[in-house]
Design a protein around this ligand. Sequence first.
Ligand code: NAD
Length: 262
Amino acid sequence: MSGSVKDKIIIVTGAGRGLGAGMAGDLARNGAKVAVADLNADNAGSVAEQIRQAGGDAISVGVDVSDRAQVKEMIAKVVEKYGRLDVLFNNAGISQTCPFMDVTEEDFIRIYKVNSLGVLIGTQEAVRQMRAQGHGGKIVNTASIAGKQGWPDYAHYCASKFAVVALTQAAARSFAKDGITVNCFSPGVVATELWKQLDDDALQHGITSKPEQLITEFSSNILLGRVSVPKDIVGVTTFLASDASDYITGQTIMVDGGMVLI
Ligand code: NAD
């Protein structure tokens, strides 16, 4: 990659495990100073420790991305430690397998609050900080194939991820004049712990009858013939944080092995 993330100060939310942990690790390997932020502060602490043991520079922060006061505090801690904020990854997200007719208002609001409101709050607070610094920045949001198409057993999750794409486009148009780019990327199926929960939900709702049937069936049409792991995604996420992506804004980059072709 010709661009660099070296010495960039980067926050990754939802980085206590899964995709976010992979993204934070790759950024650190490439020389970024990373804040590993997660609702689960212990997990965030372990990921940051692993990064430091591998020779990288990382701190951990406990945060609920849907709580503005906590998001402000997260940014303040990072600025206190490293002096500024260059890139925010709004990656924290939750999901649920649930047939359309069974989605409750509580389910809808719970998922929307983290996946969509969390992105709004994170973007606003990062922009506030980046504007004060006066030299631009980058915001990268984790969308999904579910942000491009609606699936029957993920209506609320899809709605929350379509919102991520909308927020990305609106923010790109709002903050280009501040030198702040805003992009998102859309994974397809990433084998993380999230899928264990989706698999359990599917069994409970009678959508599937045996463990792992959900991921197997959902993945059967991936053109590249397999589900992904975080390693498959981090080339794009580190690129989106790097100088190499400076002329890209408002975009959604699909990293799904060929599930949604648009
Ligand atoms: P995961 O469940 O393994 O990890 C998500 C992390 O987010 C957890 O550590 C969790 O503690 C944290 N989190 C949850 N709510 C939070 C909150 N309110 N504030 C801060 N942190 C919170 O999931 P993952 O598979 O790594 O997913 C990461 C992102 O990628 C999510 O936005 C998800 O929707 C998206 N995504 C995942 C897949 C996939 O197949 N795994 C596909 C497309 C998109």
